[in-house]
Ligand binder design. Structure first.
Ligand SMILES: [Zn+2]
Ligand SMILES: [Zn+2]
Length: 283
């Protein structure tokens, strides 16, 4: 039985406001463990948004940290936690980051563009631990850690080179698609997306906009609640987590949205919920 915890569920930018504390204001970061890793020493980290800083506080600060990060793409809201991830600034600590290159620029060079002068006082190589970078290949990768999670990446429509991840772990399937451009018209789901999400025990999917908001922001790279549901339905998943909440969405907005879709889709073959910080799910 795999376990996951949401540390950041917000899209675009952090929203540290009183109105958001229940669902949380940190950007994308979800952490996954295999049941074979009972002590939680080998996390698989899905994206490195500001939620990563909160996750850091629960991790060893003595150089014993070991983990693998899967980076969907290089937008700020998915990498901004990395330079503040204290467990990796310790001698002996190790973090392996898999992610995409961008327009032929290697992932390491991309990260060092943001994490370096004049945008940040140090570069990744200045951190005391060992960060290694792996570029995402076209087929699956089996991670060398308890439970041997298998990661299958697939390119999805967004505004730049962006992956969704299908992670097979403890005979369960977790699919993570935080940023996904819905079709401008209709709800057709590409075969590649259906294959990525097929039969998932939990699908964590972009659900940034209402249908009304999408009319004005249809080309901004994101999905509506309705499109997230369309993907879940077409891929026959067991559970759908609305994710990458729009920064304008308050706790009461999200609670109402969650209630509405749970009511309207109560007889669907899958369950629906809105991801919130601190939520732990056993799969
Ligand atoms: Zn994003
Ligand atoms: Zn993005």
């Amino acid at each position: 039985m795999a376990r996951l915890e949401f540390f950041g569920v917000r899209g675009s930018h952090p929203t540290p406001m009183v109105d958001n504390l229940k669902f949380g204001g940190n950007t994308s970061c979800v952490v996954l463990y295999s049941d074979a890793d009972a002590d939680g020493k080998f996390p698989v980290i899905l994206d490195l948004g500001t939620g990563l800083v909160k996750f850091a506080a629960s991790q060893p600060q003595d150089g014993s940290f070991r983990g693998t990060a899967l980076l969907t793409h290089l937008h700020f809201d998915h990498i901004q936690g990395l330079p503040f991830f204290s467990p990796i600034d310790r001698k002996g600590a190790r973090l392996l980051i898999y992610g995409p290159s961008e327009d032929g620029m290697p992932l390491e060079a991309c990260l060092n563009t943001l994490i370096g002068s004049p945008y940040f006082p140090v570069v990744l190589a200045d951190l005391s631990g060992d960060i290694s970078i792996g570029e995402i290949g076209g087929s699956g990768t089996t991670l060398d850690q308890p439970g041997s999670p298998k990661v299958v990446p697939a390119l999805v429509d967004h505004t730049n080179s962006t992956y969704g991840f299908r992670i097979e772990i403890d005979e369960k399937i977790i699919v993570y698609v935080p940023d996904h451009q819905a079709p401008l018209v209709g709800e057709a789901v590409k075969d590649s997306v259906r294959d990525l999400c097929a039969g998932a025990d939990i699908l964590i999917h972009d659900a940034q906009y209402t249908l009304d908001e999408f009319k004005a922001k249809s080309h901004w790279g994101h999905s509506t609640y309705e499109y997230a549901l369309a993907v879940a339905r077409s891929a026959n998943v067991k559970s759908l987590a609305f994710f990458h909440h729009d920064p304008v969405r308050s706790d009461s907005d999200l609670a109402e949205i969650e209630r509405r879709y749970q009511r309207d889709f109560g007889d669907a073959s899958f369950s629906v919920f809105a991801a919130r910080e601190g939520l732990r799910v056993k799969i």
